[in-house]
Design a protein around this ligand. Structure first.
Ligand code: NI
Length: 499
């Protein structure tokens, strides 16, 4: 275990090569950034103590839009937590307004927010939110970085790294010079010219700033913000010596802490091909579903704030389940993933950031599934072989990639509809009413009400003679095949994994 530091109630582990002997994947793989120097050196969330995650979702099976907003929460950083929550709610509201009157379209409009840590030390914490919005035919991506000063316990946007408006205007000039060096294609807007903090729909021009390892200030622009949309993300690194005179106290602390991490040799573990065995429940085979009535409870989108309590409940009732974890949540809370595995449950793959896979090309599908599998196998020593596609959405391409990667696709045939703010009693009622031998029951361990419903579900289904098994046990010796889609333990696997 590495040395921990405590300051002002926020306890953070220093960035290190690996936490507690885990080969945990580093999140920067998730970010498409041009080559140095605009590469931000993200902190491995597994090395940060007191970190949990929150999720706002909409539309796993019903509705006209898909929403999945994920953000971190820190022990002892209330103001930062509040900023992140407010931001998430603002984005959700805006997206709802934009898509409210639209006719149902396919593919559905989608809002997705995930996060990385641009800093996490006793001197500075930074959360970079990355938003992807799909409307029409393509994704538009934007970033916003929030900063927190553990000394003053104040949270701020990225301009809080600078010493006031004059510094911002000077920075704008430096950024503009650098953008001009790229040629005519990149044209900074008026806000860059004036250094204005104009709150626009996608955020202002200087809403996402962080330091690279050298201490240069990396200023990121959203898609289409300073150039043609085809350019994608544009970022500029303002050299450390030029930016130093412009920094606020927090800015100096942040720059120093990022440089110190480098001095400590903050190299991340690299990805190595795994030779880990396939993930199975350590109690698989203890129930024969050919002879007794079985159901598979499945919990998606975690681990989250209520997962620990759910694991306690399942252990007490000796029930097992399948957890389809989101990669970014798993990396933030590896201890919960480890518990799932050691307590007889099965860990499955629910992608890195929960974007609809049917809107992605093969390389993106491979990347999000591969990275999540690597993180989980780094934690539990087994490679997940089951994938639950976000929103249950699949395509021929998803099936092809799954087959190549040796993964089976699992959806559900009983939806407890716990996504839409239902009460625990209603969730339990639906689960019990619709359960049948071989059922795959969809639930989400990111909701308090879902976990509240579990004791009742276990008691009533057990009263009807059901055993609670992991998904592969429904299929017994027939097993599950890669690239195929499974909805229920009763039906034969479909020949083609189509929607
Ligand atoms: Ni989900």
């Amino acid at each position: 275990m590495h040395k921990s530091r405590f300051f002002s109630g926020i306890a953070l582990l220093a960035l290190s090569a690996s936490g507690c002997g885990l080969a945990v994947a580093s999140p920067e793989r998730d970010v498409v950034v041009p080559a140095e120097p605009t590469l931000i050196d993200f902190v491995d969330p597994a090395t940060v103590i007191g970190l949990s995650t929150r999720t706002l979702t909409e539309g796993d099976s019903e509705g006209s839009r898909y929403v999945h907003i994920n953000y971190p929460e820190f022990a002892g950083a209330d103001k930062l937590n509040r900023e992140l929550r407010d931001q998430a709610e603002r984005q959700l509201q805006r997206f709802r307004t934009r898509t409210r009157d639209a006719e149902p379209v396919s593919p559905r409009p989608e809002l997705n927010v995930d996060w990385q840590l641009a800093a996490a030390s006793p001197d500075a914490v930074a959360v970079r939110l990355r938003t992807g919005e799909f409307q029409g035919e393509s994704w538009a991506n934007s970033t916003r970085t929030f900063w927190f000063d553990p000394h003053t316990r104040e949270a701020t946007g990225s301009t809080g790294l600078l010493a006031g408006r004059a510094a911002l205007v000077r920075l704008a000039t430096l950024v503009k010079e650098r953008l001009k060096e790229r040629g005519d294609e990149v044209e900074p807007g008026d806000e860059v010219e004036r250094g204005d903090e104009v709150e626009r729909d996608g955020g202002d021009e200087f809403d996402s700033m962080a330091f690279n390892r050298r201490g240069d200030l990396v200023v990121e622009f959203d898609d289409c913000q300073v150039g043609p949309c085809s350019l994608g993300r544009v970022a500029v690194a303002v050299p450390a010596e030029q930016v130093e005179p412009l920094l606020s106290e927090l800015g100096r602390q942040a720059q120093r802490s990022v440089r110190e991490n480098r001095a400590q040799g903050g190299d991340k573990p690299s990805f190595t091909p795994t030779t880990d065995p396939d993930a199975v429940s350590n109690r698989a085979g203890s129930v024969d579903c050919a002879k007794v009535k079985c159901v598979a409870l499945t919990f998606d989108d975690g681990p989250g704030p209520y997962t620990g309590r759910l694991l306690d409940l399942l252990r007490r009732e000796r029930a097992r389940a399948t957890f389809f974890v989101v990669g970014s949540n798993a990396t933030a809370q590896p201890a919960l993933v480890r518990r799932m595995s050691t307590e007889g449950h099965l860990v499955g793959n629910h992608t890195w950031a929960h974007r609809d896979l049917s809107k992605q090309g093969s390389s993106k599908i491979t990347d999000t599934l591969g990275k999540t599998g690597d993180v989980v196998s780094g934690i539990i020593g087994q490679m997940p072989k089951l994938v639950r596609p976000p929103y249950g959405a699949v395509s021929q391409q998803v099936g092809n990639v799954a087959r190549e990667m040796g993964l089976s696709l699992v959806t559900w045939d009983v939806d407890t509809d716990d996504q839409n703010g239902g009460k625990a009693g209603d969730i339990a009622e639906r689960a019990v009413r619709e359960a049948h031998p071989g059922a795959i029951i969809l639930m989400h361990d990111i909701h308090r009400e879902t976990v509240d419903a579990v004791p009742d579900i276990l008691k009533r289904l057990r009263g009807k003679g059901y055993s609670f098994v992991t998904v592969p046990e429904l299929y017994g010796s027939a097993g599950m095949q890669a690239g195929r889609l499974y909805r229920s333990g009763n039906e034969l696997p479909r020949k083609q994994p189509l929607t």
